[in-house]
Design a protein around this ligand. Sequence first.
Ligand code: IMP
Ligand code: MG
Length: 181
Amino acid sequence: MKTVTLHDKTFRLLLRAADIDRAIAGMAERMNRELRDARPLFLVILNGAFMFASDLIKQITVPGTQISFVKVASYSGTRSSGEVRELIGLNEDLAGRTVVILEDIIDTGRSMAHLLDHLRGKHPDRLLVATLFHKPAAAECHIPVDYCGFPLGNDFIVGRGLDYDGLGRNLPDLYVLNPTV
Ligand code: IMP
Ligand code: MG
């Protein structure tokens, strides 16, 4: 069995790169069809989505395609009790645009829920969500997912842009920690 050890933990192979590539190609094909006249703006959520975005976007043939890279910085608010999330790097005007969010994974959905709230305030015509991986059983918020590569269980995964404490982002395959099934 193929495994990888990062820091103190050993992960086991879950999905091969070729299978992930195939899913991304299918997603690109669907987008090329469905967004043909949309002049889409792809919003890449760094860091995790960098590899997914690169693999996907080079297969997008829609005229007028634009790409922007943003980062959600979270820090503990000094005045309110909750966590404050700020979107860094968004320079484009979203008003009237078809915006396609590219995310590596939706786990509880909290990050995406905050992001969607924030972006809706910028009045895009359409706000679409594309995620490479999704953990539907972990959902704490309802997220409308328009494009999904793979639904997964709740286990922690690394590779393909996702990290465990800074390591593993470079791995082309996907690995899982202590699978429960
Ligand atoms: P959520 O807000 O719980 O949906 O978490 C989303 C973020 O948590 C993702 O963008 C990832 O950065 C991180 N994350 C969630 N699950 C995993 C995982 O299994 N491996 C690595 N990072 C994860
Ligand atoms: Mg992320």
